[in-house]
Write a protein that binds this ligand. Structure first.
Ligand code: FNR
Length: 376
């Protein structure tokens, strides 16, 4: 499939499925248990409808936004995804090169294929290469997603490395004290083991991923109070990734975090987890002060620039997009990443014009059917 034929983000998934090895495909497409959490993510945004205003002169439109004080050209960023070596041989380096032209932000995973330093310097190198097509007013930025190792010394060392490499903020993932049940992944591993040996080995391999993956990378004993030393060692803006109810949103605020990400990890962790939209509506109903005090981000199942606008109308500061970028990177490398950004950006600008706004400070809950969704 030629890249020019990719006109919606879903086209990258089709392209990637055709060329990815089974193990990589199962890794990215996997969700937990029956797949309900992931399916609910996709459905949730589809249930939001706009209430457009007309006759408002939408000739000129700006999608400019910011993340934690850093300007960005769009209110969406690339979600952290581990082991991008399974998408592309050049992994995160290839991904980050795709940021140069647009100036988008990306959050880099603790479990990246390339080192923290390699990824940071690949952005600097990409920016230094002379290129007239780059929008020089927009500088791409990198943020870092932290899985907190049970070995505190190791965690502190990593935080210091991230700081030295110039990452702008730290996103602490809190929805993964243990790995969720990754169904497709387990079947794939079992199949590989079966091809080599006995049924018993296959079952062990299928379960093996739970203990094998991230055993040394994630602490199941992580608690709210740990945010204190993390904050101290980091010394910069902190975002809690994986908030799934209003009470915890409030707690994150009380602990002095600068941002929260409402997320169920792309439907890969808890079975029957709430989608980010439900959590956002809960916060609107029970602790709306959070929306005024913190930058609230959402992710999971957002696939269209119009979905991004829906989230912003409901109070989100920005939106993370995960799998579409994995697929785009896998199928087309840097050019795929650039194209995926272009698609979302164009959809966003069009949706803004069609609902009757010209800049993101005009977003408002009255532009969507929020009351009906929240049963207000
Ligand atoms: C993830 N996600 C994730 N999150 C995190 O905090 N650390 C990580 O290393 C990863 N790794 C990862 C790998 C892959 C292949 C996927 C698909 C997801 C979760 C990710 O940051 C984000 O929350 C979801 O991907 C958002 O949902 P969508 O856009 O993929 O539907």
């Amino acid at each position: 499939r030629h890249l020019s034929k990719c006109v919606v983000t879903g086209d990258f998934e089709v392209a990637a499925k055709m060329m990815l090895p089974a193990r990589s495909w199962s890794y990215v497409s996997s969700s937990s248990n029956s797949g309900l959490s992931m399916a609910a993510n996709l459905d949730s945004w589809s249930a939001v409808r706009f209430r457009p205003r007309v006759l408002r002169d939408v000739q000129t439109v700006s999608t400019v936004s910011s993340i934690l004080g850093h300007r960005c050209p769009f209110p969406f960023y690339i979600s952290p995804m581990g082991i991008l070596g399974r998408a592309h041989a050049n992994a995160e380096v290839e991904l980050v090169r795709g940021f140069r032209r647009s100036g988008i932000h990306g959050v880099i995973s603790t479990v990246s294929t390339k080192t923290t330093e390699e990824i940071a310097s690949s952005l600097t190198e990409a920016l230094e290469r002379h290129d007239d097509s780059r929008d020089v007013s927009a500088a791409p930025q990198l943020h870092f997603q932290l899985y907190t190792s049970p070995d505190r010394e190791a965690a502190i060392k990593l935080i210091h490395r991230v700081k030295a490499a110039g990452f702008r903020s730290l996103w602490v993932t809190v929805d993964t004290p243990v790995l969720g049940k990754r169904t497709i992944d387990r079947r794939q591993l079992a199949e590989e083991a079966l091809a080599m040996g006995s049924d018993e080995q296959a079952r062990a391999a299928g379960l093996g991923i739970v203990t094998h993956v991230r055993q040394n990378q994630v602490s199941a004993s992580l608690a709210w109070t740990d945010l204190e030393w993390i904050k101290k060692e980091w010394g910069g803006p902190l975002v809690v990734k994986g908030i799934q109810c209003a009470e915890d949103a409030k707690l994150a605020m009380d602990y002095g975090c600068q941002g929260i990400l409402l997320s169920n990890h792309g439907g890969r962790q808890l079975h029957s987890a709430p989608d980010a939209l439900s959590t956002l509506l809960e916060i609107r109903a029970y602790c709306p002060e959070v929306l005024g005090n913190l930058e609230v981000f959402v992710d999971g199942g957002l696939r269209d620039g119009a979905d991004v606008l829906k989230a912003l109308c409901l109070g989100a500061k920005g939106v993370g997009v995960g799998r579409p970028f994995f697929y785009a990177l896998a199928a087309y490398g840097t050019r795929g990443v650039e194209r995926c950004i272009e698609i979302l950006a164009e959809e966003l600008a069009t949706a803004m014009r069609l609902v009757g706004i010209t800049s993101l400070d005009q977003v408002h809950p009255d532009l969507v059917n929020a009351r009906r969704l929240a049963n207000e």
